[in-house]
Design a protein around this ligand. Sequence first.
Ligand code: FNR
Length: 356
Amino acid sequence: MINLFDYEAAAQGNLSEMLWNFYAGGAWDEMTVRENHTAFSQVWLRPRVLNNVSQRDLQVSVLARKLRFPIAISPSAFHRLAHPDGELATVRAAASLGTLMAVSTFSNNSLEEIAIARDRVNKLAPLWFQLYPLRDRGLLRSLVQRAQTAGYTAICVTVDTAVSGRRERDLRTPLIPPADMVLGNFAAYPLQMDARSLIQYVTNQIDPSFNWEDLRWLRSITSLPIVLKGILRGDDAAKAVDYGVAGVFVSNHGGRQLDGTIPTIRALPEVVDAVKGYAEVYLDSGIRRGTDVLKALALGARCVFIGRPIVWGLSVNGEDGVRDVLEMLGHELSLAMALSGCASIANIDRTLVVTK
Ligand code: FNR
């Protein structure tokens, strides 16, 4: 395995057609899935020379927590479909590297089990809880409180999923989870259903009426910082700051929601300008190379996240696979920094890139 694309190929070889389609798929014609990565090729680097780059420091702070490098794990559902150790494998890999994992509402292991696994490896590794805005506000409140009690460090509200995007691969090869698969966060939910119906039910629980005022309510029920995931416009980013969010997460859900959505690397500068430093800005969707990370940081992201590559690593080699994927990207970033004259993250600025 030399790069993330090797993991992609190996994962495709490993997985059933159904699972591969579930992971790889995007909405409608998958234009955004394709463009997310290729859009990075329209951003060119302008390296500096003759800086001492013999030692590189990749550390960043995200919401006041130190990460070893600015590469973190996007929330994705059902890690047990990729590997029997599920989210426990993923969190152990993240914690052992001192980076951040965002845990999906739809994790197989419960948010508490995941936090305990993190604590055993590295208590200081931050964990975010990703929240889909569900109709049942009592349930929402209890999830937020559970996350806070379990030691999560932020609530990451996904705002690009008012309804589910139409992924045609999922219509052709519907995802049929094993009947005994659990959704750890809903284990105590008084529902007697098999896994497939439960997933359907909970997905239908996502509330399309959720709006900025509901966000105000959400802020009022927790002291944890709130991050909005799925922002692609400067005006929404500025509004998010007005509503007191700590982080704006530029994402198009890896092209799984609205096809034709702008690639995130193109949306990033507008969002960064609108936020004016009042919140941190993150990015995911299409990051596959260290140079992609460098370009995103140059355009103002504090940290990037990866979604599918984590699942590829998990399916190929569990915890070690996830660690390898993260380390590969970290090494590529370190190399790209050296070759562009940056000894630390603070040296990376907008003058490092030019956009076609
Ligand atoms: C996701 N994503 C996602 N996002 C979220 O907020 N909650 C979730 O439960 C999920 N689940 C999920 C499952 C799978 C299989 C994928 C591929 C993605 C979206 C995810 O957080 C992220 O935005 C994208 O995956 C980023 O794009 P890349 O890195 O996959 O190109």
